[in-house]
Design a protein around this ligand. Structure first.
Ligand code: SAH
Length: 364
């Protein structure tokens, strides 16, 4: 693992009066160009530099006149975060800890898996859902991120790729509860999907939520439809209330999930964090199989990634295998997700806490 303290130039990260350039790239660029009597095609060129050619600053946009680049750099800061930590793990996972100029720290991750290049992004500083085992929510939610702050994570992660690598997937599984910040998330995902944005198919964009039924219905009613992953973590309401205190009753949640599936045709994913001695017993597996019934769903089981200071543990391999066997025998599609980058605190919120001095970052 290597770690660098990064070197973003301060002039590229200052705050603009009108918020973030990436909150609304096209209208802001067009207005700036128009005010100076400059041709509109420059806007398209700049978009191409940012999203396709992975430019890290205005100066890299080498087919723009020098004078224009200098004027853009003076007027329109591209970035509103500073890279506090950049950590690379041996398995190819890279993680950024960003300090935002509007305040707060967030994390985002690049995962490499064969030809897949997946980025995992955050939607809030902290999280208000209070899932008892999760590092992100331990101090509650500070604020929602803006669209620009979400797009910025995508671009900064894309800049970590080698020239021959291509971004293939986006997962919104970082810090925060995205259904509490759809206002900012949806325009940001539109940039991920647009052909002249990151150009990623909606089937390869997954948003993960504890499930707020009204917000799921709002998503069902808007276009386009992304893949939805629901964080279940418990097969019955009593246990779920303990683990996911902000959660809704399971039947209400599954009904909203079914409505989303009916209009989107997107296969549902359910996530289940496996916590030793809490939700990992054979009976939990049987209840879960019964709960999900005949749904066309994928069940993503995530063996717990321990968080310093919290009492939860990862189940033994034997326990994990029994759990998997029962679900598979019941006809469910089950995938065990062994978290990548666990050596670099890749589970959401962990690096931020480590950097806050609550515990020392392990290194190898
Ligand atoms: N708010 C969203 C995104 C959270 S992160 C949600 O709740 O879905 C994505 C997934 O990782 C969630 O299912 C979350 O519960 C799970 N998770 C959080 N901390 C974890 C940890 N330490 N180990 C394993 N999974 C964890």
């Amino acid at each position: 693992m290597t770690s660098t303290d990064n070197t973003t130039t301060p002039s590229e990260t200052a705050q603009t009066e009108n918020g973030h350039l990436l909150d609304a790239l096209d209208p802001q660029l067009n207005r700036w160009l128009q005010d100076r009597g400059l041709p509109g095609y420059r806007g398209k060129q700049i978009r191409q530099w940012l999203f396709q050619q992975r430019a890290a600053n205005w100066d890299a946009m080498s087919d723009l006149p020098q004078k224009l680049r200098r004027a853009l750099a003076a007027d329109l800061p591209l970035w509103q975060s500073r890279i506090l930590r950049h950590i690379r793990a041996a398995d190819g996972t890279e993680k950024l800890l960003l300090a935002l100029s509007r305040g707060g720290q967030i994390e985002c991750v690049l995962l490499r898996d064969r030809v897949r290049r997946t980025i995992c992004i955050s939607t809030q500083v902290g999280c208000g859902m209070g899932c008892v085992f999760c590092a992100s929510g331990l101090d509650g939610v500070e604020r929602n991120l803006s669209s620009g702050e979400i797009v910025e994570q995508m671009l900064r992660l894309q800049q970590l790729l080698e020239t021959e690598e291509r971004l293939s997937h986006v997962v919104v599984m970082g810090m925060g509860e995205l259904l509490a910040n759809l206002e900012a998330l949806l325009p940001a995902l539109a940039e991920a999907h647009r052909a002249d944005g990151l150009g990623i198919s909606t089937r390869r964009i997954t948003i993960s939520t504890v499930g707020l039924p009204a917000a799921i219905d709002r998503l069902a009613g808007s276009q386009p439809h992304y893949r939805l992953a629901l964080s279940l973590h418990a097969p019955n309401d009593a246990l779920r209330r303990q683990l996911v205190p902000a959660g809704q009753p399971l039947q209400t949640l599954l009904a909203a999930a079914d409505r989303y599936f009916a209009v989107s045709g997107r296969r549902m994913t359910f996530e289940y964090v496996l916590l030793a001695d809490i939700n990992d017993q054979p009976d939990h597996a049987r209840q879960l199989a019964h709960l999900l019934g005949r749904r066309e769903a994928l069940l993503n089981v995530i063996p717990y990634n321990p968080v310093a200071g919290l009492p939860y543990r990862t189940p033994s391999t034997a326990r994990q295998q029994t759990f998997q066997r029962i679900l598979t025998a019941a006809g469910l599609r089950v995938q065990f997700r062994h978290r990548k980058g666990s050596r670099i605190n890749a589970a959401c919120g962990q690096l931020r806490r480590a950097a806050g001095g609550r515990y020392r970052l392990s290194s190898n």
